[in-house]
Design a binder for this molecule. Structure first.
Ligand code: C5P
Length: 314
């Protein structure tokens, strides 16, 4: 039987605004997401047993139900027992390149790749919307990761509307390797401080969503203006994460002063990115950051913005 190798890109948030609380306990969000060229690689093959097995290149990652990639495989087995009975168990090899618990949807994109890969391996013929709706059962970012590119994500983040992608732009990404931020903690901390400002669900939230639709970030994307997008980057979760992690706040300040188009924390952090116009500019900015923060714990990456999600390599 065939082996499939898939590329699973990370994402950044160009925009993340928290509107209020939902009846399911999640937050109602408006986000603008963009795929980036920093990617994990997954290989799926039938293993001739009755087991789903996950093998990770990183010792930091669990190879069991704790791992979203494993949970995605288990969900597919539950949903398609006949295909599982016919094709048998699967080995999933995960080469981890995206930093973990970093606000870059690394776990979500791996899960999205497993959904896409098993759809092929088991010849299920599911459409992208069908895979996205399965993904939404496991995590809010997974539907975006399936399709990738650029999208406005609403609801709890699982409702996706495509946006124009920003081609030919680059990022410097920075994260203290030893630092991870828990997403539930970030939302909970935000809620403790700002719940009184939450909009009631209904007309008020719809009105705010409309304002964001016609606001500067989306205008910048539709006009393909990197300068405007750089100036309109926004993330509510910075208000919860930066005060609790002064090291990240200081990193953000250093990066913002390097002359890129804009700097922002991605998702629930702690990765901070700077948007740049050219590949040579990202290299200069990376060197500048390294000079100002020589701490060996600071990881730096460069990546282009890209226009696709999960891609089948072979
Ligand atoms: O959906 P996902 O599993 O990625 O969410 C992780 C956690 O982040 C949730 O358990 C919840 O605490 C928080 N969250 C939220 N509202 C959202 C998305 C996530 O409160 N829209």
């Amino acid at each position: 039987m065939k082996t499939y190798t898939l590329l699973a890109p990370a994402k950044i948030n160009l925009f993340l605004e928290i509107l209020g609380l939902r009846s399911d306990g999640f937050h109602e969000l408006v986000m603008a997401l963009h795929s980036i060229g920093l990617a994990d690689r997954l290989t799926l093959r039938a293993n001739g047993t009755e087991n789903l097995r996950l093998f990770c290149s990183s010792a930091e990652l669990a190879e069991n139900e704790e791992n979203l990639a494993y949970r995605a495989a288990r969900l597919m087995r539950e949903q398609f027992p006949q295909a599982f009975a016919r094709y048998g168990g699967v080995d999933i090899e995960l080469e981890k390149n995206i930093p973990i618990a970093a606000g870059l949807a690394g776990g979500s994109t791996d899960a999205a790749a497993v959904l896409v890969g098993l759809n092929l391996l088991w010849e299920l013929g599911l459409t992208a919307p069908e895979l996205q709706s399965l993904g939404a059962q496991l995590g809010s970012d997974i539907p975006f990761c399936v399709a990738g590119g650029a999208a406005l994500a609403t609801g709890r983040g699982e409702q996706i509307d495509p946006l124009p992608t920003l081609d030919n732009l680059w990022l410097v990404l920075a994260k203290y390797q030893s630092l991870t931020v828990s997403t539930p903690w970030a939302y909970q901390t935000y809620r403790q401080q700002f719940e009184e400002n939450y909009l009631p669900s209904g007309a008020a939230q719809r009105g705010r969503t409309q304002e964001i639709h016609s606001g500067p970030l989306l205008q910048g994307l539709f006009q393909r203006s990197p300068v405007q997008v750089g100036q309109a980057l926004y993330n509510d979760l910075e208000k919860a994460v930066l005060p609790a992690y002064p090291q990240v706040a200081q990193l953000r300040e250093v990066m913002a002063a390097t002359g890129g188009l804009g700097t922002m924390m991605s998702g629930s952090g702690p990765t901070v990115f700077t948007l740049c116009e050219t590949e040579s500019q990202v290299q200069e900015i990376k060197t500048l950051i390294r000079r100002q923060i020589p701490d060996p714990d600071l990881g730096l990456w460069t990546a282009p913005l890209i226009s696709h999600g999960i891609r089948v390599l072979a």
